[in-house]
Design a protein around this ligand. Structure first.
Ligand SMILES: Cc1ncc(COP(=O)(O)O)c(C=O)c1O
Ligand SMILES: N[C@@H](CCCC[NH3+])C(=O)O
Length: 439
């Protein structure tokens, strides 16, 4: 198996990440445990940024914090010179609490509330990615009430079906997101935005979907939008300063995945936009992107302790771990595939094929089907790779299972950045049926 980032096997035959033995991490912080390889996140951020810099293209690389939002992660994104994409009041609050510069925050969402919009206006965020006519009107109204002006991008759906799971497709015409590019909605949104007194229309946004391995969809989206920008320049005297082509760059979860490097997505996108701009005689817009998964996905590993085992004779061996769909819902939601090893027996050869079950009361709570492993027993440590994106961020308390903590490892040091939830946390918001009667 090909390891990611700094992951390797040490002389004890244990999996090591960021220069730390994962067996030690499990002893110190308990299991399940999300472990992030910080050096790999830095490497990913730098490869996106340096490609733009090398090609001399004005750009913003915004980390899509929905992939993994936590104060320390937002601070790491700032250290790496990234902008930040948030999609809810909670993600915005996390960013602000982390001290992230508001002017580098981009606010997404197809149903932003009045409270969320007001908070973002008040804090002076960099730009709203406006999703629909309701939001466009509301934003103008709320800006007027606060006497403020905001910058926006209009999110369009270019009518592209990228090759990925149906649930993570977003660029097709029949989508809950954005203004249709081909059906006249984007044209009227532009007209409305240009008339608004409190809105500065910077440009256009589009995001075609997630876990995409080819550049074709991005290039087609760029081409379609540039053609529209040409029409809008002629018809509305609107010239976009920014073209945001979203995130969605695919990563290698298993050996079946064969992603292209981040630099290649960026180079091909830049070349396409440049060609189109030259062909139409348009100014080259700034290019913004917003990778989430490709920034943190393969930097995350989840450590679990193995517990029970059940054999279905002549069918399958179920091996259960101390987490499951509560800390990684992706296999249940998208039939997502993962690879794993025994972290404490990393040099041992596979001897049996087992299926890794979670501990939730749900038959669909299976993390990995048919995984070749060395002979395992209770208390062995299972390391599931590539859980850094949409693992912790989609974690939940089904069955009142507390969410695991998050540890950052780098250069031989481990830092706890999110604490483990406790049973007390599980009832923190509960109120009794009846107030206790006092004597
Ligand atoms: C608007 C938008 N931008 C960025 C992203 C990040 O996508 P990914 O994590 O695939 O890079 C998403 C999620 O798919 C998104 O909806
Ligand atoms: N949460 C999804 C991706 C959705 C991305 C957000 N638009 C995943 O785990 O793959």
């Amino acid at each position: 198996m090909q390891f990611h980032g700094t992951a390797k096997v040490n002389r004890l035959g244990h999996l090591e990440i960021g220069g730390i033995d994962t067996v030690k991490l499990a002893e110190e912080f308990g299991t399940p445990l999300y472990v992030y390889d910080v050096a790999l996140i830095r490497e990913r951020a730098q490869s996106f940024r340096t490609t733009f810099d090398t090609l001399g293209v004005k750009a913003q690389v915004a980390y899509a914090s929905k992939a993994f939002s936590a104060v320390a992660m937002v601070q790491l994104a700032e250290e790496e010179g990234l902008s930040l994409d948030v999609v809810s009041g909670g993600e915005l609050h996390t960013a602000l609490a982390a001290g992230f510069p508001p002017e580098k925050i981009h606010f997404h969402g197809n149903n932003k509330s009045i409270e969320e919009i007001n908070l973002a206006i008040e804090k002076g965020i960099g730009c709203f990615v406006v999703d629909n006519f309701y939001e466009l009107e509301l934003l103008e109204e709320l800006c007027a009430a606060q006497g403020k002006k905001v910058s926006i991008l209009l999110r369009v759906t270019p009518g592209i079906e990228a090759h990925t799971h149906d649930y993570i497709l977003t660029g097709q015409e029949d989508s809950k997101f954005g203004f249709g590019l081909e059906n006249g909605q984007a044209d009227s949104a532009i007209a409305t935005a240009l008339k608004s007194g409190h809105i500065d229309l910077l440009g256009i946004h589009c995001h075609i979907g997630s876990q995409i391995f080819e550049t074709t969809g991005f290039l087609l989206a760029a081409k379609k939008i540039m053609a529209k920008l040409n029409d809008w320049k002629a018809a509305k005297k609107f010239e976009a300063r920014v073209l945001n082509l979203g995130g969605g760059f695919g990563i290698r979860y298993t050996s079946e995945d064969d992603p292209i490097p981040a630099s290649q997505y960026v180079e091909e996108i830049i070349a396409e936009v440049k060609n189109q701009a030259e062909a139409y005689g348009l100014k080259m817009p700034e290019i913004w992107i917003e990778p989430g998964r490709s920034m943190v996905g393969d930097a995350g590993t989840t450590l679990y302790k193995i517990g029970s085992r059940k054999e279905v004779p002549n069918v399958r061996q179920y091996v259960a771990v101390d987490g499951g769909m509560s800390d990684n819902i992706r296999p249940a939601l998208y039939q997502a595939k993962y690879e794993a090893i025994l972290a404490n027996k990393a040099l041992e050869q596979p001897e049996e094929t087992v299926s890794i079950a979670g501990k939730c009361c749900e038959s669909g709570d299976m993390l990995i089907w048919d995984l070749p492993l060395p002979k395992s027993s209770s208390n062995d440590l299972l390391a599931v790779f590539c859980t850094g994106a949409y693992g912790y961020s989609m974690a939940n308390n089904y069955n009142r299972i507390p969410r695991p903590p998050v540890v950052f490892v780098e250069n031989g040091e481990a830092r706890l950045v999110v604490k483990r939830e406790s049973f007390e946390d599980m009832i923190r918001l509960d109120l009794p049926l009846k107030e206790k009667v006092r004597n």
